[in-house]
Design a protein around this ligand. Structure first.
Ligand code: HEM
Length: 392
């Protein structure tokens, strides 16, 4: 198989992620705009400046019918991610107050306590198991579930169901779309019941569900379908991405113990390291658009009607922007990465995600002594991360 053919099969989900960084090298050096035959066929854009330009041109690159390819358990357009401007602006505005740096700062003490408790669970598991513990199951996954569920108002007794829904909807959608759809239906039913119950009960909770129930758009209440759509998207955006980010950071640090020790001794360097992990091991490697009018990028024509993947993961390794782009430098400066996108749909949860990643790593590294990983576990996803922890 030639390199060119390899990129013609370009995919950004599942096992394709194992060697996706090799694909990026070929794309960036030889064919920065190209065609893949996956998912009914799409054009990909790989260079950072072209991705930023497409992100900022919603009149040419529309998010309809959905940014998700393949869909995440539903064909309903998700709010606000699948709505174009000008309607998008009002839908996004409703959520802004929840995610301001000030509001996120208020969550910090609870977040830190959660991280400490979960790190203690990792230690306890290691102590009972010859120093071995699964840091994904015990730390990276539960931390965002707890933090986001509290912010949202999801009852604690429901939390144990969430991982399975995320796994089915997000991680089985390419190989088993029917499983993803069935789980999507269950998640919609869950929010359907929760919204109805909250509306019947009334009262002030100051959480995400309250925000969705009481918000108005253009002087009218949201419809029930709109409320469901917000809840559904935020659930899928808030849990899995941050879990992946935490797991990928620990995956790297288990294999690069000098970096691990440096961050343990100098926690003030963790925020820069987090940006570098987001750049190189990002949870969202690509998002999709639909081209609305014939256009040319890097000399390649993209026709109206074509689906287009903005490959953030490739843009994040663009040698024109980043020196030694494939090298993870935990002290990299001027890290203008695309992990959170870069246009009107730029991630609304980035302040929350960054805070969780920084606090998660601070607490993990301060409580867990030297750890390594001998497993052949992949860098991506939210599967197990088996650590061997010294001296427990
Ligand atoms: C490391 C964690 C995360 C990453 C890497 C990430 C990445 C992204 C990306 C790439 C986009 C699309 C940007 C675009 O196409 O321009 C996005 C949108 C979004 N994200 Fe995140 N995200 C993360 C965490 C979160 C969290 C924790 C939340 C909320 C709790 C969240 C909520 C959203 C929302 C609401 C949108 C849609 C914004 C809009 O359409 O205006 N994300 N995110």
């Amino acid at each position: 198989m030639t390199s060119r053919e390899q990129v013609e099969d370009f995919d950004f989900h599942g096992e394709a992620l194992d060697d996706i960084f090799d694909d990026y090298e070929v794309m960036l050096s030889k064919c920065p705009v190209g065609h893949s035959s996956k998912y009914g066929g799409f054009t990909y854009i790989a260079k950072s400046e072209d991705i930023f330009a497409a992100e900022q041109a919603p009149e040419t690159f529309s998010v309809a019918p959905s940014m998700m390819m393949p869909s995440m358990g539903t064909d309903t357009p998700l709010i606000p991610i699948d709505i174009d401007p000008p309607e998008h602006t009002a839908f996004r505005k409703i959520l802004l107050p929840l995610f301001t740096p000030m509001n996120i700062a208020k969550l910090e003490p609870g977040m830190r306590l959660t991280a400490k408790e979960l790190a203690d669970d990792v230690l306890a598991e290691a102590a009972a198991n010859d120093g071995v513990a699964d840091a994904s199951k015990l730390f990276a996954r539960p931390m965002p579930t707890i933090v986001f569920s509290r912010l949202s108002g999801y009852p604690e007794e429901d939390w144990p169901m969430f991982d399975q829904w995320v796994d089915d909807i997000i991680y089985r959608r390419t190989a088993e779309p029917e499983v993803s759809r069935a789980a999507g239906d269950r998640l919609m039913e869950y929010f359907d019941r929760m919204i109805a119950q909250r509306e019947a009960e009334g009262g002030e909770h100051n959480d995400l569900i309250d925000k969705v129930i009481h918000s108005e758009i253009d002087g009218r209440k949201l419809t029930h379908e709109e409320k469901l759509s917000y809840c559904y998207l935020l659930f899928l955006a808030g849990l899995d991405t941050t879990a992946w980010g935490l797991r990928a950071s620990l995956w790297y640090l288990a294999r690069n113990t000098a970096a691990q020790q440096r961050l343990r001794e100098h926690p003030d360097e963790i925020p820069a390291a987090v940006e570098e992990f987001l750049r190189t091991l990002s949870p969202v490697q690509a998002m999709t658009r639909t081209c609305l009018k014939d256009t040319v990028v890097q000399g390649q024509e993209i026709r109206a009607g074509e689906r287009v993947a903005l490959v953030f993961g490739a843009g994040n390794r663009d040698p024109e922007i980043f020196e030694d782009p494939n090298e993870i430098r935990i002290d990299r400066e001027d890290n203008r990465h695309l992990a959170f996108g870069g246009g009107v749909h730029r991630c609304l949860g980035s302040n929350l995600a960054r805070k969780e990643l920084v606090i998660g790593l601070e607490e993990f590294l301060s409580r867990i002594p030297h750890f390594e990983s001998s497993g052949g576990e992949v860098w991506h996803g939210v599967g197990p991360l088996t650590l061997e922890i010294s001296g427990v």
